[in-house]
Design a protein. Structure first.
Lengths: 127, 108
């Protein structure tokens, strides 16, 4: 059974870069057919999709965060990562990684709902 | 960006009662690419419904989804004690994918 586990720095100073990793177990991140996403949830608030990466390495980001976000894959470690630069207190949140089925035609790809989630990791932005 | 508005914000019901949750989109959701998630305190969201009406693996049949276009509904036919939680809708037919603000189902 596929499982996801987030890890990374729990406290980040303002203006610095937040870095998180999602380890994939019980399956290979290199197998086709899936997208790998980051989603966040500020304390007491709702969910915000950050972006995802496909097995091919293609990435798609939320326009509201695009200028600050990088999602990458490390196939040798079977994990994917999130970097969010120039953080402020507004970036304080629980960060989740999640998987969704991926369907591709000859011209485009689209994803399904998020069926597997990590447990989440709390990141606080504070000096 | 498609904005999803969920109503009501809070639903106070007793175990055994029927719960009806609404999710309205600011524009039509492509191909009914709408999902519902359940979230309990301190836990990650759990997928309940995808494609507006298909139950995810292992989800009890008391959960059902319906709707199309801009209006969608999650129905819990008879509330069990473990169903009291926050429920989110999500559209994934148009980028960026967006979530509603959530409906809390609490014990009356």
């Amino acid at each position: 059974q596929l499982q996801l586990q987030e890890s990374g720095s729990g406290l980040v100073k303002p203006s610095q870069t937040l870095s998180l990793t999602c380890a994939v177990s019980g399956g290979s991140i290199s197998s086709g057919g899936y997208s790998w996403s980051w989603i966040r949830q500020p304390p007491g608030k709702g969910l915000e999709w950050i972006g995802y990466i496909y097995h091919s390495g293609s990435t798609y980001y939320n326009p509201s965060l695009k200028s600050r976000v990088t999602i990458s894959v490390d196939r040798s470690k079977n994990q994917f990562s999130l970097k969010l630069s120039s953080v402020t207190a507004a970036d304080t949140a629980v960060y989740y990684c999640a998987r969704a089925d991926l369907f591709c035609s000859s011209t485009s790809c689209y994803t399904d709902a998020f069926d597997i989630w990590g447990q989440g990791t709390m990141v606080t932005v504070s000096s | 960006e498609i904005v999803l508005t969920q109503s009501p914000g809070t639903l106070s019901l007793s175990p055994g009662e029927r719960a009806t949750l609404s999710c309205r989109a600011s524009q039509s959701v492509s191909s009914s690419y709408l999902a519902w998630y359940q979230q309990k305190p301190g836990q990650a969201p759990r997928l309940l419904i995808y494609g507006a009406s298909s139950r995810a693996t292992g989800i009890p049949d008391r959960f059902s989804g319906s709707g199309s276009g801009t209006d969608f509904t999650l129905t819990i036919s008879r509330l069990e004690p473990e169903d009291f939680a926050v429920y989110y809708c999500q559209q994934y037919g148009s980028s960026p994918e967006t979530f509603g603000q959530g409906t809390k189902v609490e014990i009356k």
